[in-house]
Design a protein around this ligand. Structure first.
Ligand SMILES: *Cc1c(COP(=O)(O)O)cnc(C)c1O
Length: 523
């Protein structure tokens, strides 16, 4: 949670109430399914617990030490040894539960909100996001169609239109035009639903028997979520073109390779129908050339999807918005507010230019859900069940609305800029130590780097850098991850946890330098 926010402290728990736990007097020791006074008392205690957790978060090993070669939590399966085989038949107390959380659960937690978390990509929480999650749990609605909670659908429409304007998406992506935004659980679900929409759009044009001719294009840096979406959508695995990214362009896809692949496929009688472009790839934050890909897609009447799961957040800052230039020709655009935007998981934002394609692929209209406010030509309501895979959906727009309102766009821009500045500092530190190299140019808040191998090194520094990463992570002081680029084993340092400050960057770097000295000395 941001230190400048009003969050953190939390008032001490009220000791009045019905004595929900800690028991003593018979029935009072037992939680009733929903009793407002018990909720007040237990809720206060839980908020205190959470606030205390955040206050002391940097005292825990960032990566759970379950896999550590020492300590009590030695192995996968550690928890089975600590918990009973069967569910309790009598109620337990909240106190006993808190004890177990402290002793058995927290040691098995990897602390994604730690200021020393630099692995993968961030997954932000915040006070506003947390409060939004609480409120969503409170209403606990299942908002599949407008009538099941008009506020849920309408707030989602409004907040996604706000966000589209913050990103300066073309106006066709707004709900007031033919498009609109919808909250999915993850970027994986987003690419799946647009792939289904694109597939069916193409099959309507070419006939259902063309199924096995459909071809998808992406780079070898595209997230594996696309491959999974193809598996689910029934796209033949031999029809997924995974083109080698251009290492001279920081691992972006080369448009001429896409053009070449498409023309080969066309001459083989296949039907190119879908391009997945990425803004901020998972390995190295590469940005695919959207304008060129948009031209290609347009020329061949293909669907262009843009996956900006991580880097989309940066594009609310005018100085980073150019990375979205070319989005005008895209059919769909996705970014994860749950990554680097202070919105607790899950909250993946998907916009489409023409919602009718999603709805044609995903709508059903069973008798038991029919109502007079259904989405139809005559009604201007959206039934979001027709924009996603599941029927049921949570009231997720609340937390995004609260994040936008309680922080405001200017603070959110400063938040992003600060992380990018911290990443720049880390990059400078890497450059200043000749034992290391920056592996690819930094674009956002991810630094890809490695310890240079000695000339005698047998595997081009693979083991050396693996050992460096492993030692750093097992220290418990930081958590970083890795990737492989052009056969090089590269370390990834992604800045973006809400509590990360300059001091954490310096401490992480000092740790990596010390470990490097030790590793190089012993090799
Ligand atoms: C994180 C990420 C994903 C996967 O995100 P989920 O929401 O977990 O499915 C996909 N694409 C990119 C570029 C990502 O960074």
């Amino acid at each position: 949670m941001p230190r400048d926010g009003s969050g953190g402290g939390g008032s001490s728990s009220s000791s009045s109430g019905t004595g929900a736990n800690g028991g003593g007097d018979g029935d009072a020791g037992c939680l009733r399914p929903m009793d407002a006074e018990q909720l007040r008392e237990c809720g206060h205690r839980m908020v205190d617990f959470v606030a205390d957790y955040y206050k002391s978060i940097d005292t825990f090993p960032v990566l759970s030490q379950v896999q550590a070669p020492r300590g009590i939590y030695l192995q996968p399966g550690y928890l089975k040894k600590l918990l009973p085989d069967t569910a309790p038949s009598k109620p337990d107390t909240l106190d006993a539960l808190f004890d177990d959380i402290r002793e058995k659960i927290i040691p098995g937690v990897t602390h994604w909100q730690s200021p020393n978390y630099f692995a993968y990509y961030p997954c932000n929480s915040s006070t506003a996001g947390f409060l939004g999650e609480m409120l969503s749990a409170a209403f606990n609605i299942v908002g599949f169609s407008w009538i099941t909670s008009p506020a849920a659908t309408e707030l989602e429409v409004i907040v996604l239109d706000w966000f589209a304007k913050m990103l300066k998406l073309p106006s066709q992506f707004l709900s007031t035009a033919l498009g609109g935004g919808v909250i999915q659980g993850t970027a994986s679900e987003a690419v799946l639903v647009v792939l289904l929409a694109a597939r069916d759009r193409t099959l309507r044009k070419h006939g259902k028997t063309s199924f096995e001719k459909l071809v998808v294009y992406a780079s070898d840096q595209t997230h594996s979520a696309l491959q999974k979406a193809c598996q689910i959508a029934g796209i033949f695995s031999e029809n997924l073109r995974v083109l080698k990214a251009d290492k001279n362009k920081n691992y972006a896809i080369a448009p001429q390779d896409v053009i070449a692949a498409i023309s080969m496929d066309l001459s083989a009688g296949l039907i190119p129908f879908f391009i997945c472009a990425t803004v901020g790839t998972t390995s190295s934050s590469a940005v695919d050339p959207l304008t060129e890909l948009g031209q290609i897609a347009k020329e061949h009447d293909m669907w262009l999807h843009i996956d900006a799961a991580y880097a989309g957040s940066a594009c609310i800052c005018p100085e980073y918005r150019h990375h979205l230039n070319g989005v005008e020709e895209a059919n769909s655009f996705n970014m994860n507010a749950h990554k680097w935007f202070l919105t607790n998981f899950d909250c993946s934002l998907l916009w489409v230019k023409d919602r009718s394609y999603l709805i044609q692929s995903l709508s059903t209209n069973p008798e038991f859900l029919k109502n007079k406010f259904q989405a139809s030509q005559a009604n201007s309501v959206f039934d979001f069940k027709d924009w996603q895979v599941p029927l049921g959906r949570r009231f997720r727009s609340l937390k995004l609305w609260m994040v936008l309102r309680l922080y405001g766009v200017e603070n959110l821009q400063s938040y992003i800029r600060k992380h990018i500045e911290l990443a720049k500092h880390f990059e400078q530190l890497v450059i200043s130590d000749s034992r290391f190299e920056v592996a690819t140019p930094r674009t956002f808040s991810l630094v890809c780097f490695r310890l240079l191998p000695l000339t005698s090194d047998q595997d081009n520094g693979r083991k050396l850098n693996y050992d460096l990463m492993d030692a750093a992570n097992l220290s418990g002081n930081i958590f970083i991850s890795h990737t492989v680029l052009s056969g090089k084993f590269v370390l990834r340092f992604a800045v973006g946890a809400p509590l990360t400050e300059e001091q954490h960057i310096f401490a992480a770097w000092k740790l990596l330098q010390d470990l490097a000295t030790r590793l190089l000395g012993s090799s």
